[in-house]
Design a protein around this ligand. Structure first.
Ligand code: MRU
Length: 349
């Protein structure tokens, strides 16, 4: 796998692979302030649930240094404001809130500013490193689930650049390529901002995976015409009953999988589960600006004044999901009533 490292923390400096510029340019952006971090998340320079969480964690570490000269009470107060600011960047991917909460929890009872600053950096690094290990385990588990699958479809980009490394839904393809497993991957372009064509196709090509691009509206025909055997997608938030929010268009694929009688897998780390909500009805779905639909490459493709609905995610109900592949193991549909105890055991594989 020769994909540029998506998030780099070196000597206390944060640099991210600017996903706007892909696939044409490998461009890194230095994020020096919490405002830089917020902007990069909102504008999708960094995107994908785990990557957002990691970047936000580093954002809090960066912000904490501003308060070096403050007393501890004021430090906690200011950092809480920064926490709320970053938490307001995007609403759907729960990894963002998970990472920010974990960071704040680490310093809750700390009474020295220097110690808090030190702990925040260390915690962000741990979150980053744990995600890489977690994605690798997801990839291994997914290879097991896909043992008899060759032709497979995916949507959006749940790959290396959406995580610390390897990705979730794309991890089996990257790891599989290293082991000589030959998948034929069909990637939906993923309207409106083309994470599929710009990012997934590019990523899989870097790993030497056989990948074919289709538009989102070609999915049904392609499943039939090309004999697709399974679908695998990532997730932004999974409720306690297994309902899963992911990139807009995922629900279409879940329904198609049922119609065509093929498996529909969700691949995600335990950090993407939100066990505080019982069902997907409680997942907030982000709506983004209308220009993502009304313009293309800076030109209008809809009349001025067009009414627009632009949800970035949809929710696939658990009954359409064959299994959720996590770093802790594969949770099949029959165990979805037990997700809280299977996932809730922190630190266990
Ligand atoms: O809007 P995005 O590009 O951040 O949406 C990303 C997705 O929906 C991914 O599939 C999901 O976050 C999983 S990334 C491993």
């Amino acid at each position: 796998m020769s994909i540029p490292t998506p998030i780099i923390w070196k000597n206390g400096q944060l640099t991210i692979l600017n996903q706007h510029k892909l696939p044409n340019e490998i461009d890194y952006a230095a994020l020096e302030t919490i405002e830089d971090v917020y902007e990069s998340i909102v504008t999708l320079k960094v995107r994908g649930a785990p990557a957002i969480g990691i970047t936000a964690a580093y954002g809090l570490a960066i912000a904490s240094r501003k308060y070096k000269e403050q007393n501890i009470a004021s430090f906690h107060l200011r950092l809480h404001e920064d926490y709320l600011y970053l938490a307001g960047s995007r609403p759907t991917a729960v990894n963002l809130f998970w990472a920010l909460d974990r960071m704040m929890g680490k310093i809750e009872n700390v009474e020295s500013v220097n110690e808090a600053i030190y702990l925040l950096e260390a915690e962000a690094i741990s979150i980053h490193q744990e995600d890489e290990a977690s994605c690798k385990r997801i990839g291994r588990n997914a290879l097991e689930a896909l043992a008899n699958v060759k032709k497979i479809m995916t949507i959006c980009n749940a790959g290396t650049i959406a995580t610390a490394k390897y990705g979730t839904a794309l991890a089996p393809f990257h790891l599989g390529a290293e082991q000589g497993r030959e998948f034929e991957v069909y990637a939906c372009e993923t309207r409106p901002v083309f994470q599929g064509s710009r990012l997934t196709v590019w990523e899989l090509q870097q790993s030497g995976v056989d990948v074919t691009l289709i538009t989102d509206s070609m999915a049904a025909h392609t499943i039939h015409a090309k004999g697709i055997e399974a679908i695998i997608v990532g997730a932004d938030r999974i409720a306690a009953n297994g309902d899963t929010a992911n990139k807009i268009g995922t629900l279409n694929l879940a329904i198609l999988a049922k119609q065509f009688g093929i498996a529909f897998y969700v691949a995600a780390p335990s950090t993407t589960f939100d066990l505080t909500i019982e069902s997907g009805a409680e997942i907030p779905i982000e709506e983004r600006k209308e220009e993502e639909i009304t313009t293309f490459a800076g030109r209008r493709i809809a009349p001025e004044g067009t009414k627009v609905f632009n949800p970035a995610f949809d929710m696939s109900p658990s009954e359409l999901i064959t299994a959720i592949i996590t770093e802790k193991g594969i949770i099949y549909k029959q165990d979805f009533n037990n997700i809280s105890s299977l996932i809730g055991k922190a630190g266990e594989e």
